[in-house]
Design a protein around this ligand. Structure first.
Ligand code: TXD
Length: 319
């Protein structure tokens, strides 16, 4: 059986890390596409030269031609401009919409059967634009944000409780950004819901609220520390988890920005919800029961996504 082909559109900080992880996990061959002259070729060669030491077999190539992504099984898109300190995700809207138009056209032409994962910010609008621009079925185009946001929540909870990150599960719903909705009720330590852990005196409601706020601000915290870019290790790991679930038909239940068509009362928007990812792409949207407060937070988050998409429609009417 031929190796799978994974195309990475954007070979920057996340793109390079994605290529490294694909190699280390032996998920398939890699093509890095970028508009910067020589950079994708240089990164691909450097990574290929690590393969004898790490012991993985994969072809790694760099390209500035869309033809290079031909026949890709998975396409992961990070192309665009990253957030700088003080810059909101929304500031990136206009420039990155143009990039999604180009990338979508490239995917439409050369990789129409691929499973496409969008990472570029502002995420919920970019994945919407990428699906429109590529014309791929909505279940084959998803956005990565929830796996990262919930990984941050899990990490902070594991630290708080002094337990393994492996035993902490967490759910984050809604848009990627300040309006995301971390769901404490659906977050557990080995199956014990976080509110029960408060009752067991493992933590306090006040501490939990601080952790939730830190999760919401997780991206900005890293941007503030790095000063010259945004997070890339955890975002790359998160997208790889999604790609792996597709490639291996694992049917993992992961929070992703998925196209909703009525679920959660939402129409034609990409919003972070739990989905099942298997060889069919997004095979199922999991509609969980929300209580009154959670519903209100989800609605507010939805409103910010709706506004962003509305502005995208105005800025890019031909999408
Ligand atoms: O949770 C999430 N979704 C995110 C999103 C978490 C962290 C970062 N997130 C966003 O991912 C971030 O705001 C950016 O929009 C993307 C990519 O972040 P990265 O840190 O990898 O940015 P880089 O290093 O600037 O890489 C972007 C690359 C860079 O090499 C550019 O030359 C290239 O994109 N680029 C293009 N490639 C192809 N085609 C076009 N048009 C293009 N324009 C720029």
């Amino acid at each position: 059986m031929a190796r799978k082909k994974i195309a990475l559109i954007g070979g920057g900080m996340i793109g390079g890390t994605l290529a490294h992880l694909v190699g280390l996990k032996e998920l398939g061959d890699v093509v890095i596409f970028d508009i910067v002259d020589g950079m994708p070729q240089g990164k691909a060669l450097d990574l290929a030269e690590s393969s004898p030491v790490e012991g993985f077999d994969a072809k790694l190539a760099g390209t500035s031609e869309y033809a290079g992504i031909e026949g890709a099984d998975v396409v992961i898109v990070t192309a665009g401009v990253p957030r700088k300190p003080g810059m909101s995700r929304d500031d990136l809207l206009e420039i990155n919409l143009k990039v999604m138009g180009q990338v979508g056209a490239g995917i439409r032409k050369y990789a129409p059967d691929a499973f496409v994962i969008c990472i570029t910010n502002p995420l919920d609008a970019m994945v919407w634009a990428l699906q429109k621009a590529s014309g791929l079925p909505a279940e084959k185009v998803v956005g990565m944000a929830g796996v990262l946001d919930s990984a941050r929540f899990r990490y902070f909870l594991a630290e708080e409780f002094g337990v393994s990150v492996e035993d902490v599960t967490a759910f984050v719903l809604g848009g990627h950004g300040d309006s995301m909705v971390p769901l404490a009720r659906y977050s557990t330590v080995a199956g014990i819901p976080v509110p029960d852990l408060i009752a067991m005196n493992w933590t306090t409601k006040a501490r939990l609220d601080e952790i939730i706020q830190r999760t919401r601000d997780g991206g900005a915290e890293i941007v503030g520390l790095l000063k010259t870019g945004s997070a890339y290790y955890a975002p790359a790991s998160s997208a790889i988890a999604m790609a792996e679930s597709y490639l291996k038909d694992k049917k993992r239940v992961l929070p992703c920005a998925a196209h909703l068509n009525g679920q959660y009362g939402v129409k034609d928007l990409y919003v972070g919800v739990p989905v099942v990812i298997g060889s069919g792409g997004v095979e199922r949207v999991v509609e969980i029961e929300l209580d009154k407060d959670e519903k209100a937070l989800f609605q507010a988050s939805m409103k910010t996504v709706e506004d962003l998409v509305q502005r995208s429609r105005e800025l890019a009417p031909d999408l």
